[in-house]
Design a binder for this molecule. Structure first.
Ligand SMILES: [Zn+2]
Length: 138
């Protein structure tokens, strides 16, 4: 096993073979992108998410922002990629299997807490906003 115990797959339903392979080349790092929404018209991402399931024993890592260092550590690659794409990056976290969701806009640390339904509606509004300036199909 390459890596640390943090790299162990928690759910056991994902093949880590490629992840392990990507740790072998020297002089680079590898990072996968968490599931993020893509425009149905132009097929581009319009938001990048860094998603983290908080451990319930660490409630200080939610919107109190005492966990800001932790959030920055987890979001570094997401923020860099979002800047290049010209789209916002958000850190999203939950302690209750995504029924309540902490959302932090990483460019200004604006934080919100939403129910699952509110999150879905919020993201649908982001999609509509994107369509107003969508470059269309390429
Ligand atoms: Zn689009």
């Amino acid at each position: 096993m390459v890596g640390t115990s943090n790299n162990e797959e928690r759910t056991g339903d994902r093949d880590l073979g490629f992840s392990n392979l990507m740790r072998e080349p020297k002089g680079m790092r590898s990072c996968d992108i968490d599931v993020s929404p893509v425009c149905r018209r132009c097929k581009n991402y319009f938001v990048f998410f860094e998603a983290k399931r908080w451990n319930i024993s660490r409630p200080e890592l939610t919107l109190s922002f005492r966990g800001r260092d932790e959030i920055q550590k987890h979001s570094r690659y997401t923020v860099n990629s979002a800047k290049r794409q010209g789209i916002p990056a958000y850190f999203v976290a939950s302690t209750d299997e995504w029924q309540t969701i902490d959302v932090v806009r990483l460019e200004d640390w604006f934080g919100m807490q939403m129910t699952r339904i509110e999150f879905v509606q919020w993201l649908e509004r982001r999609a509509l906003e994107h369509l107003e300036c969508c470059p269309g199909e390429e």
